[in-house]
Design a protein around this ligand. Structure first.
Ligand code: ADP
Ligand code: ZN
Length: 211
């Protein structure tokens, strides 16, 4: 598959999980602006310190900062990417087109999901602190409480997966997604997939669309 993929979907729609499957099946490189930002915070870099309040409140970091981080971490001439968490608004979509993706072939994949189910899903999300594997206490729980099936690492909850912050993130999402979907639809590169089902079923649909 000679395509970059732009993943669109609400927080908790399963972007991270589907991205991991895409990496495995198609050899794409995964780039998540949320992860890049959290890594900067963990390093306590100047950028990390600057964005930490914004992120902990579930608001958007300024476009230019995120774009710079993205540009510094990808090279489209030699790899194909899954963009996860970028763009978040129309300005970012245009920046991505003009400054990153340019003429490289790209598909925008929209994971559509019932927003009411999402809050529940997010609050129950845990990830492995050492290998990053994602679990859901309701639908895909680990075999042993609080311990990763793959590596035995401790499971942790993201700071912004608490109920009140999740509400904020949902509001940010619903107020920005429509113009983005329209933008990619008009360019003829939008594909929609129903993301309510089990991750494996969702991926089967994704594979059919992209394969
Ligand atoms: P989710 O999609 O589950 O909300 P992410 O890991 O993509 O989580 O993002 C977490 C936080 O990082 C966001 O709430 C926001 O503060 C910041 N962030 C990530 N990507 C962007 C972006 N493209 N523009 C602005 N802020 C971003
Ligand atoms: Zn693990």
């Amino acid at each position: 598959m000679a395509h970059n993929v732009i993943l669109l979907g609400a927080p908790g729609s399963g972007k991270g999980t589907q991205a991991a499957k895409l990496v495995e099946a198609f050899g794409l490189s995964h780039i998540s602006t949320g992860e890049l930002l959290r890594a900067e915070m963990a390093k306590e870099s100047e950028l990390g310190e600057r964005v930490s309040d914004t992120m902990q409140q579930g608001r958007l970091v300024d476009d230019q900062t995120v774009l710079e981080l993205l540009v510094a971490n990808c090279d489209l001439a030699s790899k194909q990417y899954i963009f996860d968490g970028f763009p978040r608004n129309l300005d970012q979509a245009k920046m991505l087109d003009d400054q990153v993706v340019k003429d490289f072939p790209t598909t925008a994949l929209y994971l559509e999901i019932d927003l009411e189910k999402l809050t529940k899903r997010l609050i129950n999300r845990r990830s492995c602190s050492s290998c990053g594997e994602i679990y859901n206490l309701l639908s895909t729980p680990p075999q042993k409480t609080n311990s990763c099936d793959k590596c035995g690492g401790d499971l942790q909850q993201r700071k912004d997966d608490t109920e009140s912050v999740v509400k904020n993130r949902m509001e940010v999402f619903t107020s920005t997604i429509d113009p983005l979907v329209k933008y990619y639809d008009e360019r003829g590169i939008l594909k929609r997939v129903v993301a309510d089902d089990h991750p494996d079923q969702v991926f089967a649909a994704v594979e059919k669309l992209l394969g």
